[in-house]
Design a protein around this ligand. Sequence first.
Ligand SMILES: *[C@@H]1O[C@H](CO)[C@@H](O)[C@H](O)[C@H]1NC(C)=O
Ligand SMILES: *[C@@H]1O[C@H](CO)[C@@H](O)[C@H](O)[C@H]1NC(C)=O
Ligand SMILES: *[C@@H]1O[C@H](CO)[C@@H](O)[C@H](O)[C@H]1NC(C)=O
Ligand SMILES: *[C@@H]1O[C@H](CO)[C@@H](O)[C@H](O)[C@H]1NC(C)=O
Ligand SMILES: *[C@@H]1O[C@H](CO)[C@@H](O)[C@H](O)[C@H]1NC(C)=O
Ligand SMILES: *[C@@H]1O[C@H](CO)[C@@H](O)[C@H](O)[C@H]1NC(C)=O
Ligand SMILES: *[C@@H]1O[C@H](CO)[C@@H](O)[C@H](O)[C@H]1NC(C)=O
Ligand SMILES: *[C@@H]1O[C@H](CO)[C@@H](O)[C@H](O)[C@H]1NC(C)=O
Ligand SMILES: *[C@@H]1O[C@H](CO)[C@@H](O)[C@H](O)[C@H]1NC(C)=O
Ligand SMILES: *[C@@H]1O[C@H](CO)[C@@H](O)[C@H](O)[C@H]1NC(C)=O
Length: 873
Amino acid sequence: MFLSYQLAVALLTGAVCASPSPAPRAIYARQNQSTLQTSPPFYPSPWADGSGDWADAYAKAKDFVSKMTLMEKINITTGVGWEGEQCVGQTGSVPRLGLRSMCMQDSPVGVRDTDYNSVFSSGQSVAATFDRALFYARGLAMGQEHRGKGVTVQLGPVAGPIGRSPEGGRNWEGFSPDPVLSGIGLAETTKGIQDAGVIACAKHFIGNEQEHFRQAPESQGFGFNITDSYSSNIDDTTMHELYLWPFADAVRAGVGSIMCSYNQLNNSYACQNSKLLNGLLKGELGFQGWVMSDWAAQHSGTESAAAGLDQTMPGDVTFNSATSYWGTNLTVAVLNGTVPEWRVDDMAVRILSAYFKVGRTLDEPEINFSSWTLDTYGPVHYAASQGYQQINQHVDVRGEHASLIREIGAKSTVLLKNTNNTLPLSKPKFLAVIGEDAGPNLYGPNGCSDRGCDNGTLGMAWGSGSSNFPYLITPDFALSYQAISDGTIYQSVLDNYATSQIEALVAQADVTSIVFVNVDSGEGYIEVDGNIGDRNNLTLWNSGDDLIKNVSALCSNTIVVIHSTGPVIVSEWYDSPNVTAILWAGVPGQESGNSITDILYGKVNPAARTPFTWGADSASYGADLLYTPNNGEGAPQIDFTEGVFIDYRAFDAKNITPIYEFGFGLSYTTFEYSDIKISGSGVTPYTPTTGTTSAAPVLGNYSTIISDYLFPNGSFPRIWQYIYPYLNTTDLAAAADESDYGKTAAEYLPAGALDGSAQPKVAAGGGPGGNPQLWDVLYTVTATVTNTGSVDGEEVPQLYISLGAPTDPVKVLRGFERLSIGAGQSTTFTADITRRDISNWDTVSQNWVITNYTKTAYVGSSSRKLPLSIKLS
Ligand SMILES: *[C@@H]1O[C@H](CO)[C@@H](O)[C@H](O)[C@H]1NC(C)=O
Ligand SMILES: *[C@@H]1O[C@H](CO)[C@@H](O)[C@H](O)[C@H]1NC(C)=O
Ligand SMILES: *[C@@H]1O[C@H](CO)[C@@H](O)[C@H](O)[C@H]1NC(C)=O
Ligand SMILES: *[C@@H]1O[C@H](CO)[C@@H](O)[C@H](O)[C@H]1NC(C)=O
Ligand SMILES: *[C@@H]1O[C@H](CO)[C@@H](O)[C@H](O)[C@H]1NC(C)=O
Ligand SMILES: *[C@@H]1O[C@H](CO)[C@@H](O)[C@H](O)[C@H]1NC(C)=O
Ligand SMILES: *[C@@H]1O[C@H](CO)[C@@H](O)[C@H](O)[C@H]1NC(C)=O
Ligand SMILES: *[C@@H]1O[C@H](CO)[C@@H](O)[C@H](O)[C@H]1NC(C)=O
Ligand SMILES: *[C@@H]1O[C@H](CO)[C@@H](O)[C@H](O)[C@H]1NC(C)=O
Ligand SMILES: *[C@@H]1O[C@H](CO)[C@@H](O)[C@H](O)[C@H]1NC(C)=O
């Protein structure tokens, strides 16, 4: 998601963010069109069948859909238009059967665009905990808050972007460039959200790895003359072994909805890419829920229906166009025989299966807020200024979540350096806290719309993945409270450019300095300091490097805290002897100051691990972002030529030593690893899924009397710009009002694209997430981990596997666990190795295979500290 550039600028209240002035940019080199990557067709769109643990929900959905009329079904496939109702997206309703409009609401860190909600740590931060229980707890708490506001679908969690390039603006919304960590994050968060009775929406599917050029109109607003979204050109192996991997975990975890992204995949828009939606997601992964478009990411009507899209959001062709590819057009497309009824039935069944699967019932709580204003009274149909009533009940949904947020903030803080036990602090004599990143945004925590500025401490980054702070505990606030209670002298300078005042302060005797610095990024509809969503560089913002160097030149005990949306180049100062400690505190949410204080003072013993690699320079990461269009005014072409070699896999392959490797993080105690063992059956036979599906079910009849579909007479209100399923006239062509009306599917879709007869099953499929045998446990590795220090602590042993072929990464993460181990105690780390964990994608058989190369398991404390290894026989 999602805001047109124009709208975003309109929403930016105050002079907070530099509004980008469209400037002409260079003429771009054009790629030879004939070399453009293409996406193979996959039709027809697989219909849901209730497989896995979806049987009950599927049965309820089928029963419900059997009672629905055609227009009622279409009503739940189509949003009512931008700002048509209270949520960022809403479907039509089915009043006759008591189904209210479904509410789709951002964001992955809390309920967006409302009040009395919590702001949680970012996905990337929680990933750093390497703690499944916290992934789940955060998901559950966020789900409860969405539920309390009347939300049906929380638009999160995120694994696209996964983080191909560290500059990617939205990487912080997701978990990690490692697909296993990302997949476990996605799955556990999904379970948490859905256990709260809210449908999760895993997004953005797929290849949405940068903000620049994701939408042509937005790019044009920034002065780039392009007519189509960029194409992420991803090969089959890379797709399976990297980008699709976390989504497979989410599907296996029962995710109810998946959002297709703005970009193209292999030159076919993600929301109408049949290979992607029909082939990979619904065919191979056996996804039983529904595919929802990102906001205005739909680019066609019947084509997207045939290619597997199930719901269009927010429903209009462009925001407030009052037209839709679906709604009326979908009704017409069924009536004129283009889109078969079974496809619409399947859309509705998928939507309602997810609805019933998370335990929704028809008496779900009402929507008690409006995304478009915090005023108590206002128009419920905001775009139309119609339906004036109470629209905000200001329901406090925060519960006891503050303590969980504080805990996650501390448990996600990575201790990167700690010379001679500088930390934890214990009643230091004199504490100097330096940097704007320690203090408040002078405009208030919500002073910049959608957090589109970098003022004050970074508690959240910008875009639709944000939400309003109830409060924001700054580091300055929490640390001053701690220091004053301890009798410590406490002084802070919160202006990065007050150099003389800073120098005078930190040069005083016995000063411990803590310098707070940050890096921000976000979604591509907002530009901050010249960064159009994506970061322009990997260095600190607001002259952070100079700040650290100035302080550490005068103070031999300088502690650095970094808040950031990804890795930062620390080369200029990290190894200075005066920089005695470095911490990465991610994007921590509302309890930021309390969380960092808990770590700095040792109330929480750090154990977090960096969920990405810290390189010495940006070149060492390999995969670059595209900042200038490279295909004339056509779709920019982003070739993922690095394959699966992103982040640590790239560093390993090129033998580049990172500054801080993936999985690294220190503790206030020390650990030793010993005694690796392996057990298990070894490789057992794997059977490809065979056979055929049943034919597509057709649920109920629909009237073929066109006048039954006319806009209702009488008192039924017509809301301005609202998207309905009805027709204005019995002349279908006139009702559709489509310039090229009359084209038959045969003219633009392959034969059989709309065939509802039984189809062959996909060999690598067979259940939600893929062939169930992929999760067979073939081996179990154990190792002993001993706390050799003098304080209790937590440790994150990690299991990596070398798949052995020269074309494989040196090693890949396959298991981890956050263990609590008392001082002097030992515990056993156990990690199962599944068939999937040791398989490669085979492009010829279109299935997973275990190659004959020798495979090795490694256990240790980071991707480069792996003292134990054992061969898989
Ligand atoms: C479609 O949804 C709209 C908006 O919720 C509602 O007013 C209308 O009655 C619905 N139409 C049908 C046929 O259920
Ligand atoms: C965009 O590019 C096209 C094709 O090169 C050109 O015709 C058009 O004038 C350009 N538009 C702008 C606003 O530069
Ligand atoms: C039907 O879709 C076309 C685009 O394919 C659009 O131009 C037209 O306005 C739509 N009709 C309605 C009634 O929304
Ligand atoms: C750490 O402590 C040792 C022993 O006191 C001392 O020799 C060494 O210089 C210290 N290192 C640093 C970087 O301060
Ligand atoms: C807030 O941020 C904006 C842009 O990021 C900047 O121009 C402005 O000076 C900042 N204001 C304050 C008070 O920090
Ligand atoms: C990197 O970008 C930030 C934010 O726009 C800016 O403050 C900084 O000066 C840039 N660094 C370099 C080396 O240009
Ligand atoms: C470290 O700090 C001391 C002041 O305490 C200063 O004299 C020295 O030059 C600093 N060293 C470095 C490498 O900055
Ligand atoms: C249908 O009728 C409404 C009300 O007169 C009008 O606003 C709308 O533009 C019409 N749509 C089409 C496609 O003719
Ligand atoms: C059927 O309706 C759809 C949606 O308006 C339209 O795109 C298509 O051209 C129509 N086809 C025929 C054969 O009339
Ligand atoms: C492994 O080796 C066996 C025996 O040579 C061969 O039959 C099999 O096809 C090989 N498997 C793979 C995946 O290459």
